[in-house]
Design a protein around this ligand. Structure first.
Ligand SMILES: NC(=O)c1ccc[n+]([C@@H]2O[C@H](COP(=O)([O-])OP(=O)(O)OC[C@H]3O[C@@H](n4cnc5c(N)ncnc54)[C@H](OP(=O)(O)O)[C@@H]3O)[C@@H](O)[C@H]2O)c1
Length: 314
């Protein structure tokens, strides 16, 4: 592995983060119904108190609500927080200048002068990785973001982004991708290995497979909303995985299925950013870090999920 550049070393020191998609999203996450601003605030506070200091948001989450809530919370805490947000590649955004403009909007909503990580949320159909990175270079030069990341980039696009930034002496800090025990495409398509080789932090989104790895959803108790149909087939195959997660948790002093699922990602070299709607969930998720399952347990979990349909694209 190449030595990690000093500018992005802080990201490699983070073991676990907090996802903020739930903060304002009504369609998938039922904001306002299953959780309120008070729940979210408490989830944020619990996370900070338990040492989780990396928060991942995006301009698109709740159409800006997530960034605004984060900004409000930041104003009301003295604790240091690492802030990551994202540029959404709407098709009408086709110039590098659109990236700087979008970041300025995010900074205004969050109420800060700069963020720690600015990420391209998805590849664009109208802007090349090179153009997008040129836009990111401007953001770094103006001191509006400390580091640059991409998200949902396959290996080839990621390398194009990496090379463009390298021409300006800027490291590619991260690639945020779907990665969980039930979404292991990045292990097979070379992205995880390439990230490790180049010192790019692989940030794992939907690390609990949108709640499916918590053990609380079963055929008899399916998840609400769109997740019910998305994961209908999975629920039939999930029981042995849940059982194994719980057994491994017992070997480690009573850790929960969720904590073991998050720990498996840490063992794989990824940075999981579980979303939490409540302080209880945030507290549980913070406990996914700070200890380690054994190599043998990692291998058992690999084997138990090898034959299940991969959800990376769904
Ligand atoms: N870059 C991208 O394209 C992208 C895409 C997706 C997500 N993300 C980021 O990744 C973060 C995490 O992914 P995600 O939110 O999709 O999924 P996730 O973290 O796998 O699952 C989060 C959901 O699982 C349930 N949950 C979480 N912790 C729990 C616990 N300890 N016990 C019981 N239930 C628990 C909650 O939903 P219920 O209580 O309703 O079950 C919660 O909303 C997001 O918040 C976002 O920041 C990025």
């Amino acid at each position: 592995m190449t030595e990690v550049s000093s500018e992005i070393r802080f990201l490699h020191a983070v073991q676990i983060g907090l996802g903020a998609w739930q903060w304002g999203d009504r369609v998938i996450w039922g904001y306002g119904q299953t959780h309120t601003d008070k729940d979210i605030r408490e989830a944020f506070d619990v996370s900070l108190n338990l040492g989780v200091r990396f928060v991942d948001t995006a301009e698109i989450y709740g159409s800006g609500t997530s960034e605004r809530l984060l900004g409000k919370f930041l104003k009301e805490t003295d604790q240091p927080v690492l802030v990551a947000t994202k540029f959404f590649p709407w098709p009408w955004r086709f110039t590098k200048g659109s990236i700087l403009r979008a970041l300025k909007g995010s900074l205004e909503r969050i109420g800060v002068e700069s963020v720690d990580l600015y990420q391209i949320h998805w590849p664009s159909i109208v802007m090349s990785p090179e153009t997008m990175m040129e836009g990111m270079v401007e953001c770094v030069k103006l001191g509006l973001t400390r580091t640059v990341g991409v998200s949902n980039f396959g290996e080839k696009r990621m390398l194009r982004a990496y090379s463009t930034l390298a021409q300006h002496g800027i490291p590619l800090a991260s690639n945020q991708v779907h990665y969980s025990l039930l979404s292991r495409e990045v292990e097979k398509n070379g992205t995880l290995a390439r990230c490790k080789e180049l010192g790019i932090r692989l940030i794992a989104y939907s690390p609990l497979e949108k709640g499916m790895l918590t053990g609380k959803y079963t055929l008899e108790n399916p998840p609400p909303g769109v997740r019910a149909s998305q994961y209908a087939e999975l629920l039939k195959k999930l029981p042995p995985v849940t059982k194994l997660l719980q057994e491994i948790g017992q070997n480690h002093g009573g850790k929960t299925a969720s904590q073991v699922a998050l720990n498996w990602l840490i063992c794989k070299g990824a940075l999981p950013i579980p979303g939490a709607k409540t302080p209880k969930q945030a507290e549980s998720n913070a406990g996914g870090a700070g200890w380690q399952i054994t190599e043998e347990e990692v291998a058992k979990l690999d084997a138990a999920t090898d034959t299940i349909k991969d959800y990376s694209k769904g």
